[in-house]
Design a binder for this molecule. Structure first.
Ligand code: FE
Length: 336
């Protein structure tokens, strides 16, 4: 199973024979998240999966430079913003599948079916239980209040998760509101943005700040960790779901596109359809502590322990469409 993966890593795609049914996957996800699923797919269908792993930007450039000769069939990556980039660069094509359309809520897929969401994550607020009364928390908008001056930890503006959050605010309130919000966040930062989401959660536990913005799965990983330092974080830092009285929590996806020149289009469709069964959805979401995109799939016990919340039902393609403006807004706000 997946033996081709090993061969590919050394000799590249061109050494492959085209005899057996196969599908070529370019993925920016960690191998541990996706390899067991691809092996299961091979076993179930007899379709061989060839996997290339890399960073989202590098994979997009690679597909672009390979052009019509690209062996890539499926691009798997995180954030609707990244998937939208593939679409905007004309690297994707319509995913023709009634099954995918019916299984995946419309907000979590491209309106032209150029990409689909496969797992869901929320980008929410975490707070120091001993220093913040959750009653004082309400919305993302409220985070710019003077009450939070010098108390917020959040990663840099170069990170697409924050760009997508700002893109959602542009959609809801307009660009000038989003800019003053970004300025307010910068004014309330406890420190210069540094590290990833987990580092923001750790900084709250360490007393460097009182609030952090993080995707839920980073907290989920800490919840399942056996390490004493991680237990300390989850024992002292708690989740808050903002905007429950209005639009809901900002959510995003990991997902997939079928490339424009996919040599194995039918196999690519089969792989994506495989990914939305209840069982595979539950497993795929669970290994990275995410939420399934399919409603009937089971949410892991760890993630269920965070409680339920109302999610913003914005079509996530909007995040991609607003991305450039979001980046400019954050630049003007001097969000490092
Ligand atoms: Fe992440």
């Amino acid at each position: 199973m997946l033996m081709r993966f090993v061969i590919l890593a050394f000799f590249g795609m061109c050494s492959l024979s085209a005899a057996a049914a196969e599908v070529n996957v370019y993925s920016s996800r960690k191998d541990v998240l996706i390899v067991p699923l691809l092996e299961q797919f091979e076993k179930q269908t007899g379709i061989e999966v060839n996997l290339i792993t890399g960073k989202a930007g590098a994979l997009l450039s690679r597909i672009q430079s390979e052009g019509a000769a690209s062996p890539a069939d499926v691009l798997v990556t995180v954030d609707a913003g990244n998937l939208h980039r593939a679409k905007a660069a004309d690297l994707a094509q319509t995913i023709q599948s009634k099954l995918l359309e019916s299984r995946i809520p419309s907000a979590l897929r491209d309106p032209q079916m150029n990409w689909v969401g496969l797992t869901q994550r929320a980008r929410t607020i975490f707070y120091a239980e001993d220093r913040v009364d959750p009653k004082a928390l309400s919305t993302y908008e409220n985070l710019v209040d003077g009450e939070w001056k010098g108390r917020i930890c959040i990663r840099s503006s170069s990170n697409i998760y924050n760009q997508s959050l700002v893109a959602s605010l542009i959609e809801v309130h307009g660009e000038s509101f989003a800019e003053s919000w970004a300025k307010g966040i910068v004014a309330n930062m406890a420190r210069k943005p540094t590290g990833g989401d987990t580092d923001q959660l750790r900084a709250v536990a360490a007393g460097q700040c009182d609030l952090a913005i993080s995707n839920t799965y980073y907290y989920g990983r800490l919840l399942d960790s056996e390490r004493a330092e991680d237990k300390k974080v989850v024992n002292t830092v708690k989740v808050f779901w903002p905007n429950q009285g209005d639009r809901g929590v900002h959510v995003n996806i990991s997902g997939a596109a079928i490339t424009k020149y996919a040599p194995n289009y039918d196999e690519a469709i089969k792989l994506l359809e495989f990914m939305v069964s209840d069982e595979v959805q539950a497993y795929y979401a669970k290994v990275n502590h995410e939420f399934p995109v399919v409603d009937s799939a089971t949410v892991s016990a760890t993630i269920q322990s965070l409680g339920s919340f109302k999610a913003h039902d914005l079509n996530l393609s909007i995040l991609g469409e607003n991305n450039k403006r979001a980046v400019m807004v954050m630049d003007r706000a001097n969000w490092q």
